[in-house]
Design a protein around this ligand. Structure first.
Ligand SMILES: Cc1cc2nc3c(=O)[nH]c(=O)nc-3n(C[C@H](O)[C@H](O)[C@H](O)COP(=O)(O)O)c2cc1C
Length: 130
């Protein structure tokens, strides 16, 4: 049975470790309840998140996330049915993006918005095995 996968990017607003810890704690308890798994790649200049699970639950979660004032410029990058989960064991994996490929300048210039769905998914494939 397939799952719905949604990937978006946004820009943190008021980012610090406390805020991040709160986001992750909420995400993990809500996602466990909603059968959602995924990963949140975080850097001071960018969030990149993958959500996967039942379509209605993922869309409802994304709507709440879009309304969240801890980030701005939320932009959906990928939304489609996929055969398998990439993060079956993670209610929300935290990936601090230490070995990440786009510099803050490139991200600022819109590298994520102009990347292909394949390139975006590749980031998470790498995150899933690290
Ligand atoms: C970057 C970011 C990622 C988030 N990821 C999730 C998530 O995976 N699941 C989730 O339920 N909420 C997530 N949230 C939190 C939601 O925006 C929202 O605060 C939370 O779901 C509680 O919603 P409620 O107050 O309407 O009940 C995230 C928020 C941000 C800023």
């Amino acid at each position: 049975m397939g799952v719905f996968q949604l990937i978006y990017t946004s820009r943190p607003f008021g980012y610090d470790l406390n805020v991040l810890a709160n986001i992750l704690a909420t995400s993990r308890s809500r996602n466990a309840r909603d059968d959602i798994t995924g990963a949140l790649i975080c850097r001071a200049d960018v969030f990149l998140q993958l959500l996967e699970g039942p379509k209605g639950k993922v869309q409802a979660t994304y709507e709440r996330i879009c309304d969240d004032d801890r980030h701005v410029e939320v932009t959906q990058l990928v939304a489609e049915d996929v055969p398998d989960r990439l993060f079956p064991d993670w209610a929300m994996k935290h990936d601090p993006a230490v070995s990440w490929m786009w510099s803050p300048v490139e991200v600022h210039m819109g590298a994520l918005q102009s990347a292909s769905a394949l390139a975006i998914r590749e980031i998470f494939v790498r995150s899933a095995v690290s």
